[in-house]
Design a protein around this ligand. Structure first.
Ligand code: ATP
Length: 601
């Protein structure tokens, strides 16, 4: 299949942000695609060549790409650099320089036409794969050679998209869920099969895999998909409530409550009694950050193959007490792991089992899963099961909550004991409810917001980015909606470094998935999530979060937002607090207000 057909699709899709239109365009593309190519097309549409959890990167920085463009267009590197400075987009640079080169070549050759074969998607994919796999001495030259050859054979328009794929700036804004919709429509015809497709995706976290099975074996083959050690499962997530009475009501009067540890969620995979791999909440392979966790885990679980979930927590080496989440982020480094291990020792609390020696536990109710976990884990001072209590009344729930807080936890995760309490991979639902500490009674709960813009500071912050435009995630429309401008809570150091922190994400215009009525000084690609606490939620004429939901023309805003100090690098932008959650919080706040008014009057 010609790469130009994919480029036509890229061009059309970048002109719309409407989900239905995007779905139609995807269906058009997938329908033309041979079954053995579909996985590659899906990856390329996501701007990558492998599923997210495979840690193979193309490994070409700007400098190497500049050299490749220079070689392909037979111009000096300085000319490429100069143009890059003015356009800010290496893809555009490739397009401009190769167009010039091609015109010249046509003139030089006059009418002697030596027409080249158009490049295919297979060729582009194969070359990108070779670039990713080139490693070791001489690999830089090898990567540059492959890319420059590919660019030389491509049309200028194709070269633009190849370069954007290589430097990670393709950013079409196509959400995973939209791709699932389009795959279902293309290969099954009806949307009824969507839950089967989504479940397979949640268990394998790999859209290319789902597409390949659908295209080559059909929907029935997808029904049989099970979790597989070595491939991360999309994590089950909790809803939130802050009133113990409501929580118990939602759980029909009885539930299990577990400590909510303030650490990093981890999915532990053991493959055939050999390798142990750790995946983060956002499915990155984090094995190399925690060699100590691997060691003490391997001695305490008596299974050959498994997928078990838990929370890694930092502990104070002197007292053994839990340290806050932020301390654990020191372990997220490439070098000096040994030193970090000594300085920030880790411990793990296990809370769920997804797979064990051939058995898929995702459809088993929680009490049975926990019972099994109990049986197979031999606890030691570093590996334990999450502290748990069966609760049947509000007083016990409150007592247990305070116990968790005083033991250094964030609160509780309250879990359903019903026969329907399956492991719902990839879903946020009421089978789990998080009950977190309110920092101060007048404040709302913390929220996780996505940075979408920055404003230049004044006074002491002159010359720096002094405040941020923050957004919630609207999971219905797959957009990011602004909810506040946040300037407080950042350390001087953070303000000084803010431009560097944001630099890889600064874009020349508003991202198509961002809904904003405000124009910041710099636009930022929705990528970084931070935790924020505010005083209350108010109606807002300027912010777009939940626009028109509560009142026509008004959105919702967080008043007096303050950064709590937590950079949530473990969260993707789609894991941020949703617009619906903010709407719920606003309604709850109103309800509380009415109740207070009633009591006092
Ligand atoms: P948060 O930002 O509150 O950590 P989250 O969006 O990462 O939430 P949620 O599912 O909403 O995830 O909240 C549950 C989170 O709490 C899990 O992702 C996990 O990291 C953590 N956690 C700590 N202890 C437990 C436990 N016992 N059971 C389940 N999750 C736990």
């Amino acid at each position: 299949m010609k790469y130009s057909e994919l480029v036509d699709f890229y061009e059309r899709i970048s002109q719309t942000t409407r989900r239905l239109e995007i779905t139609d365009l995807l269906v058009g593309l997938f329908s033309k695609c041979p079954p053995d190519l579909i996985d590659k097309i899906v990856y390329l549409t996501q701007g990558r060549i492998f599923p997210e959890f495979i840690p193979l990167e193309l490994g070409m920085g700007d400098k190497m790409i500049i050299r490749s463009i220079a070689q392909a267009a037979t111009v000096k590197e300085s000319e490429v650099e100069q143009l890059y400075k003015t356009t800010g987009d290496l893809g555009k640079v490739a397009n401009i320089l190769l167009s010039k080169g091609k015109k010249q070549a046509t003139l030089d050759l006059f009418s002697f036409s030596q027409k080249k074969e158009p490049i295919t998607i297979e060729r582009v994919y194969k070359d990108l794969e070779k670039i990713a796999k080139a490693q070791g001495p001489g690999s830089q030259e090898e990567k540059i050679r492959i890319l420059s050859d590919l660019l030389r054979d491509a049309s200028p328009r194709e070269a633009m998209y190849i370069v954007r794929t290589v430097n990670g700036t393709l950013r079409l804004g196509v959400a995973d869920m939209t791709i699932l919709d389009a795959l279902t429509i293309t290969y099954v015809g009806s949307k009824d099969a969507r839950p089967i497709v989504e479940r397979a995706y949640n268990l394998r976290s790999d859209l290319g895999f789902v597409a390949r099975i659908l295209a080559t074996q059909g929907i029935n083959a997808l029904k049989d998909i099970k979790p597989m050690p070595g491939i991360p499962v999309r994590p089950m997530l909790a809803e939130r409530l802050s009133d113990p009475i409501e929580i118990l009501k939602k759980m029909n009067g009885k539930c299990a409550a577990e400590y909510k540890y303030d650490g990093e969620r981890v999915q532990i995979h053991k493959i055939n009694d050999k390798k142990i791999i750790l995946f983060s909440r956002r499915l990155e392979n984090i094995t190399h950050h925690y060699p100590d966790v691997i060691e003490f885990i391997s001695n305490s679980i008596s299974l050959n193959s498994y997928i078990i979930e838990g929370e890694i927590i930092a502990i104070d080496p002197d007292t053994g007490e839990f340290l806050p989440f932020q301390e654990l982020m020191h372990r997220r480094r490439k070098y000096d792991i040994e030193e970090a291990m000594k300085k920030y020792p880790a411990s793990v609390r296990l809370f769920d089992i997804i797979y064990a020696d051939g058995i898929d536990f995702t459809l088993t109710p929680y009490p049975k899963r926990r019972e099994f976990l109990d049986k197979v884990v031999k606890e030691n001072d570093r590996v334990k099961l999450a502290e748990q209590k069966i609760i049947e009344n509000v007083e016990d729930l409150e007592m247990f909550f305070h116990e968790a807080i005083s033991n250094g936890c964030e609160g509780l995760v309250v879990k359903s004991l019903s026969s329907e309490s399956i492991y719902r991979a990839g879903a946020r639902g009421w089978l789990w409810i998080k009950y977190k500490r309110d920092y101060k009674s007048e404040m709302i709960d913390t929220v996780d917001l996505v940075i979408v813009g920055g404003f230049m500071g004044t006074g002491r912050r002159a010359g720096c980015i002094g405040s941020l435009l923050l957004a919630t995630y609207n999971d219905k429309n797959d957009t990011f909606e602004t909810v506040c401008k946040c300037a407080t809570g950042f350390s001087d150091e953070e303000i000084k470094n803010m431009r560097d922190i944001l630099a890889p994400y600064i874009i020349p215009h508003k991202h198509p998935r961002v809904e904003s009525r405000i124009t910041p000084d710099v636009w930022v690609l929705p990528a970084i999530v931070i935790e924020v606490i505010g005083a209350e939620i108010t109606l807002s004429p300027v912010h777009t979060c939940g626009l028109n939901t509560i009142k026509k023309g008004a959105g919702l805003a967080i008043r007096f937002p303050r950064f709590t100090g937590k950079w949530r690098y473990d969260k993707k932008p789609e894991d941020a607090t949703t617009t619906d959650e903010i709407i719920e919080m606003y309604k709850r706040q109103l309800k509380k207000l009415y109740e207070e008014v009633e009591v006092t009057s």
